[in-house]
Write a protein that binds this ligand. Sequence first.
Ligand code: ATP
Length: 238
Amino acid sequence: APGTALLQVQGLTSAYGPVRALDGVTLDAEAGRITAVLGANGAGKTTLLRTISGLVRPQAGKVLLDGEDITRSAVEAMVSKGMAHVPEGRGVIAELTVDENLRVGSLFRGKVGKDEYDRVYDIFPRIAERRNNAAHTLSGGERQMLVIGRALLAQPRILLLDEPSLGLAPRIVAQIFGLLRQLVDREGLSVLLVEQNARSALSVADVGIVLNLGKVVVTDQARTLMADEGLRHAYLGF
Ligand code: ATP
C-alpha cells in the first residue's frame, strides 16, 4: 500500500579499498512513491544503488525488501523478488534492433509474454515506432526509454534508476519523468531515483534525500526541499 516502506536501507556502509563511498546510510523507499536521492558528483549515489542491488557488497548495514533481509541475496534472486536496476550509461547492444534489445534483456527472467512487450510499447510509443531500428540510431532519450522498458519486463515492484536525465534536453527529461509518474500513480510502481539534476528530480519525486560524502544530510518531502533555498545552494546546485 502507498506509504509503507517497500525498501529499507539501514546503516549501509560500502567502500572501494580505502575509499568509503557510503557511510551508514539509512533511508526508506515507500510503496507507490518516487523517492529521489540527490547529491553532487561523488556523493555516493551510484554506490548506493549498486549496493542495494547486490553488485557491491556492503561492509555493514542491511537492505530489506518488503521486510525481508536481501542484503546477501544473489542478484538474480533480487530481480525475482521485484527489484530492477537501471544503471547509468544506458547500455544497449548497438547493432541489435530495439525489439531485439528488449528480447535479449528479458532472457534471464524466463518466459515473457507478448502482452508484456506490448505493455512496454504502450508505455513508450516512441520506442514502439522505432522497434525495428538498430539501437545505435536512437537518441539519448529513446535509449533511456528502451533501458527503462527493458527493466519493466521483469515486472518489478521497485525500479532503481541511476541518472536517467544525464545529457538529455530538459524537454526530454520532463517527458520521461512524466511517464514514470504515470506508472507510479496508475500502476503503483515504486521508484528510487538517483539524480544530480536535483531540480528535475524534485519536481517529479514525492520524497527527497540528500547525500553528501556518503552520508544522508536530510530527508524530507520533495516540495519542502525545493522550497529550502539554503539547502539548494549548499548541496543541490540550483
Ligand atoms: P557520480 O555522479 O559521479 O556517479 P555518485 O554520487 O554516484 O557520483 P559514486 O560513484 O557512488 O558517487 O562514488 C562515491 C565515491 O566512491 C567517490 O569518492 C568515488 O570516487 C568512489 N568510487 C566510486 N566507484 C569507485 C571504484 N570503482 N573504485 C574506487 N573508488 C570508487
